[in-house]
Write a protein that binds this ligand. Structure first.
Ligand SMILES: Nc1ncnc2c1ncn2[C@@H]1O[C@H](COP(=O)(O)OP(=O)(O)OP(=O)(O)O)[C@@H](O)[C@H]1O
Ligand SMILES: [Mg+2]
Ligand SMILES: [Zn+2]
Length: 404
């Protein structure tokens, strides 16, 4: 037979020997509580609970996509079961440690017999809950100290499935811990919420994402300009996973040397100077210039939704720069740069006329500041600009960050 025929063996060989590349988000999943960026109040509380053995039997982690919920759930499971310690430990084995215990290695790879990861999105029904959870809780852990159920996207469970879970969740057998994760906490019934200890994961500040990316770039020996790094971090919109995926994409595009222009081309972003040009044109009432920029973006095949999102984030930063000055930490991008001060000062801080939607208006009324009214206006604009499609887009995020 011809030697080039693809047998199942050769396909397996080709796939698994030549696809050793692992995406950044997976390769760099935090291995210790300290490495979880931007969620310090949560990791600190969990570490204390572990050290003082004051563990709850049910946790609920909520927050936007890619901010560390599954990562922290696995870390907690490892902490409960690590074999290197007699009791739960806040410093379980890291995957980089060649002597990592069997429990920690298997949990990190999602294949431990005592730590079950259940995807509620594909197991929504009451029968799934009975089979996968209720039927299993009474069986003692096979090897580890605790039996841990990690239920991802828990809001997807049906009403009957939630009801079936209530009793078990209230009084599970000893040595059973539930960790539930959701991006849509408002869809989780109150009866479930009140039986859990809740942790709200925050979206991660751009500066912190940039810092994490800088560390990865150093380790991976990638030469990336500071401006480029900030653009990639910004593209994550508060999600570490999204930023890391964007980083992967840019590396594929331009290799190990990355400049800001590469990021803009690879991700289809409008650069900061384009945003500054538009804002200046609006401030100086030169509509033709603003339209010329948009036309240029269209000609270059850029996604105008990205542009609207970036423009909103930019306006938000300019307003913050104007109101709060150099309030480090409040700004997301480069609006403090001298070149843009002129734009900031030409923005009005009050009397933004036009329609403000009810939600933004009531928030603005609650807070009597002129800033809030402006934010409300931008929020309203953002809602109409993106048609309210993006659940956690810059416009809603911008309002939230602005108001706090
Ligand atoms: N807070 C963080 N610190 C460091 N890295 C993080 C953080 N959050 C997410 N990541 C990175 O993103 C990847 C995905 O994170 P994780 O699976 O914990 O997200 P998630 O909150 O569960 O998101 P989803 O709701 O989409 O499931 C991780 O492998 C890690 O590389
Ligand atoms: Mg997850
Ligand atoms: Zn271990």
């Amino acid at each position: 037979m011809d030697g080039n025929v693809l047998t199942p063996f050769t396909i397996h060989h080709l796939l698994f020997t030549h696809m050793s590349y692992q995406v950044i988000a997976r390769k760099w999943r935090p291995q210790t509580f300290e490495e979880v960026t931007g969620q310090e109040p949560i990791t600190r509380t969990l570490k204390n609970a572990i050290e003082h053995e004051r563990l709850h039997h049910a946790y609920l982690f909520s927050g936007a996509r890619g901010v560390g919920k599954t990562t922290t759930a696995r870390l907690l499971a490892k902490a409960l079961n690590c074999h290197k310690s007699e009791k739960p430990t806040a410093t379980p084995c890291s995957m980089n440690d060649p002597t990592a215990c069997a429990s920690c290695s298997e949990i990190a790879e999602g294949r431990s017999i005592d730590v079950m990861e259940i995807d509620a999105a594909s197991n929504t029904g009451v029968d799934n809950v009975r089979d996968a959870i209720i039927g299993n809780v009474a069986i003692a852990p096979a090897r580890d100290r605790y039996k841990v159920f990690i239920i991802d996207e828990v809001h997807m469970l049906s009403g009957a499935a939630f009801n079936a879970l209530l009793k078990t969740l209230e009084e599970p057998p000893p040595r059973v811990v539930f960790i539930m994760a959701t991006t849509e906490i408002h869809k989780v019934p109150d009866t479930i919420l009140s039986r859990c200890q809740q942790f709200e994961f925050r979206t991660i500040a751009t500066a912190k994402i940039a810092e994490a990316l800088r560390r990865i770039a150093r380790e991976e020996k990638i030469d990336v300009d500071e401006d480029a790094l900030r653009e990639i971090a910004r593209a994550g919109e508060g999600s570490m996973r999204d930023a890391q995926s964007a980083f992967d994409q840019v590396i594929s595009f331009s290799g190990k040397k990355i400049k800001a222009e590469d990021v803009e081309t690879a991700l289809g972003l409008a650069g900061t100077e384009v945003l500054a040009r538009v804002v200046l044109a609006i401030a100086e009432q030169r509509a033709a210039e603003a339209l010329a920029v948009v036309d240029d973006l269209v000609m270059r095949g850029q996604d105008l939704r990205n542009f609207c999102r970036d423009l909103l984030a930019h306006l938000r930063d300019l307003l913050v720069a104007k109101v709060a000055g150099d309030a480090t930490g409040l700004l997301d991008s480069s609006a403090t740069e001298e070149s843009e001060d002129c734009c900031a000062s030409s923005l009005p801080t009050g009397n933004w006329s036009g329609e403000i939607d009810g939600d933004a208006q009531s928030r603005a009324a609650q807070s009597d500041s002129r800033t809030a009214r402006c934010a409300g206006r931008i929020y309203a604009y953002g809602q109409s600009a993106c048609g309210g499609r993006r659940q956690s887009s810059a416009c809603c995020g911008c309002w939230r960050r602005f108001a706090t």
